[in-house]
Ligand binder design. Structure first.
Ligand code: SF4
Length: 475
C-alpha cells in the first residue's frame, strides 16, 4: 500500500503539538514507528500514553523524532484538512431509496455527495452498507477494537439486498458484518423499509436472521423510506399508509417479544414515525432499553415527553414567577399533533401560557416529507406569514434546532435564522429537542447552549454528516 502524506494544516493553541514547535505545513510521517494510513491508525496510536512521532519539517525537510508522554485520552492537537486523513470514499451503490437522488436540483454541491465510508461509521456514527469496506478496514476494526460500527442492513436476503442497493456485491457484503460480529465488534443496524420490497415476509426474514449477529448486534431500527417529489426516472416507491404502519408495528412487536424472551433484549425498534403514522401510543420508556437508536428517531418523542414531565415536576414545588405569554412552535406536519398534546400538559401547570403549533408543510421537497429536520427557511417564512395573517404568533416562534445545519444558524436552503426573523418580524428561537430546554423556552427562562438530537426518517448513509444530507426530525 502506498504511504500517504499527512500534511498538518493547523495546530490547536496550547496543545502538545504547539509546545513541541510543530507547525502547519509539517508532515506527520510515523507514529510509534508505523506509517499512518488514515484516522483509524492515527486514533489507535493516539490512545498510547507514550508516543514517538516522526515529523518532517516543511521547507528543508529535516526530520524530528519526538517523544511524547501524555494522558491516554489526550490529543496531540494536530489538525488535518480532511477529518479522515484521507479522501472520503463515495458509495458504490444506487439504492432505490437514496435520498440524495431525490433532492431538488440547484442545492449546494456538497449536498449531492454520496458517502458510504466505514471510517465515518466509527468516527461519526454514520450508517454504512459495507459494500466498499475493504478487508484492510475489517482487519483494523477488529485489531484496534473499534466500534460501534453502524450497519445499514435493509434486508438479509442477499438477492434482495443486491436489488435494493443496485450493487451485485451487496449480498455478499453481509459476510463482512458477520466477520465483525464474530470478532465481537459492537454493531448497530438499521433497516430502511420500502413498501413492497423489504416489508412483509421479507421483514420477518430479516429480523429473524439478525439473531445470527448477536450478541455483538446491540440494536436495530426500522425506519420508513422518505419520498420527495423528485423521483422522476427512479424506482417506483409508494409511501406507507396508516394500515401499513399498524402492520409493521405488529410485526416488530411480535419480534420484540420473541427476542426479549430468548435473548433478553428487544433488539428491533420501530422509529417514532411508525407510531405517529399508525396513530398508536408510543411505547413506554422501558421498551427503548436505554434509547440506543435515539439519533435514528427511535424513542425521541417518548424521551421528550418524559423529560417534559420531569421538567414540570421540578418546577411544581418551586414555581418561578411566570407572566402571561403567547408563543408559537413551528414543526413538521408529523410531530405537530404530538406537540399539541405535550404542550397541553405544560399548560395544565401554566394556564397563562398560550402555545400555538404551526405545522409546516414541506413545499420544498414535497408534501410526503413531513419531518421538521427537512424544513427549509423559505417554507418556514411563507408559513409563519400565513399563520400570522389569521392568528397572533406571540412573542416568539420556537423551532427545533434540528432544522438548522449542525452548529450553524442556517437552514438547508442557506436561508439563515436572521433572514427568517427579518422576513416574519417575530423572534425565531432554535430550541434543543430536549424536554427541559423546551419547557424553559416556553416559559422564557434562560436556556443553555443548543444541543442537537436528531431524528432520522430515511437514509442516505450519513447520520452525522451535515444535517442537510439526511432526513431528520425533531419536534
Ligand atoms: S442511500 Fe447511501 S449507500 Fe445508498 S446510494 Fe444513497 S448514499 Fe449510497
Amino acid at each position: 500500500m502506498a504511504v500517504k502524506k499527512h500534511i498538518i494544516s493547523g495546530i490547536v493553541p496550547g496543545s502538545i503539538a504547539e509546545e513541541l514547535e510543530i507547525e502547519p505545513g509539517d508532515e506527520l510521517c510515523e507514529m510509534n514507528g508505523a506509517a499512518i494510513d488514515d484516522i483509524f491508525d492515527y486514533q489507535y496510536h493516539m490512545e498510547n500514553e507514550y508516543l514517538e512521532i516522526l515529523i518532517r519539517k516543511a521547507g528543508a525537510g529535516e526530520e524530528w523524532l519526538l517523544e511524547v508522554e501524555k494522558d491516554e485520552d489526550e490529543d496531540l492537537g494536530l489538525l488535518f484538512d480532511s477529518g479522515l486523513m484521507d479522501d472520503y470514499r463515495s458509495c458504490r451503490n444506487q439504492c432505490v431509496f437514496c435520498f440524495i437522488d431525490q433532492m431538488p436540483p440547484g442545492m449546494r454541491d456538497t449536498l449531492y455527495f454520496k458517502d458510504d465510508d466505514s471510517r465515518l461509521s466509527f468516527l461519526q456514527g454514520n450508517y454504512v452498507t459495507l459494500t466498499n469496506m475493504s478487508d484492510h478496514d475489517i482487519e483494523r476494526i477488529i485489531r484496534y477494537h473499534l466500534g460501534p460500527i453502524n450497519i445499514s442492513f435493509h434486508t438479509t436476503n442477499p438477492e434482495l439486498r443486491c436489488r435494493m442497493l443496485h450493487n451485485r456485491f451487496a449480498g455478499e457484503a453481509l459476510q463482512k458484518a458477520k466477520q465483525l460480529a464474530a470478532a465481537g465488534v459492537p454493531l448497530n443496524g438499521q433497516i430502511v423499509l420500502c413498501r413492497g420490497l423489504n416489508d412483509g415476509a421479507e421483514l420477518d426474514r430479516t429480523i429473524g436472521d439478525l439473531s445470527d449477529y448477536l450478541p455483538a448486534l446491540r440494536s436495530v431500527s426500522v425506519v420508513p423510506v422518505g419520498l420527495t417529489d423528485y423521483r422522476d426516472g427512479l424506482y417506483p416507491l409508494e409511501p406507507f399508509t396508516e394500515t401499513d404502519a399498524k402492520q409493521v408495528l405488529e410485526q416488530i412487536n411480535k419480534w420484540q417479544n420473541r427476542y426479549l424472551k430468548e435473548y433478553g433484549t428487544r433488539l428491533i425498534h420501530a422509529s417514532d414515525e411508525w407510531y405517529l403514522l399508525a396513530g398508536e401510543e408510543l411505547p413506554a420508556a422501558v421498551s427503548y432499553e436505554g434509547y440506543p437508536q435515539l439519533e435514528n428517531g427511535v424513542g425521541m418523542l417518548r424521551l421528550l415527553a418524559e423529560e417534559v414531565m420531569e421538567a414540570l415536576a421540578e418546577r411544581a414545588g418551586n414555581k418561578p414567577v411566570f407572566r402571561k405569554r403567547t408563543v408559537s412552535i413551528a414543526t413538521g406536519l408529523l410531530a405537530a399533533p404530538f406537540l399539541r398534546t405535550l404542550t397541553g400538559k405544560i399548560r395544565e401547570q401554566y394556564p397563562d401560557l398560550r402555545v400555538n403549533i404551526i405545522p409546516v408543510r414541506n413545499d420544498f421537497f414535497g408534501n410526503k416529507i413531513t419531518v421538521s429536520g427537512l424544513i427549509t427557511g423559505q417554507d418556514l417564512i411563507r408559513q409563519i406569514r400565513e399563520f400570522a395573517d389569521s392568528e397572533n404568533p406571540g412573542e416568539a416562534v420556537l423551532i427545533p434546532c434540528n432544522m438548522l445545519r449542525s452548529g450553524e444558524n442556517v437552514f438547508l436552503d442557506d436561508v439563515t435564522v436572521g433572514d427568517v426573523i427579518d422576513a416574519v418580524g417575530v423572534p425565531v428561537l432554535p430550541v434543543d429537542a430536549d424536554g427541559e430546554a423546551l419547557v424553559a423556552a416556553l416559559l422564557a427562562e434562560e436556556t443553555k447552549p443548543l444541543k442537537r438530537r436528531q431524528q432520522y426518517e430515511q437514509t442516505d448513509c450519513g447520520r452525522d454528516r451535515p444535517a442537510e444530507c439526511r432526513k431528520i426530525d425533531a419536534v
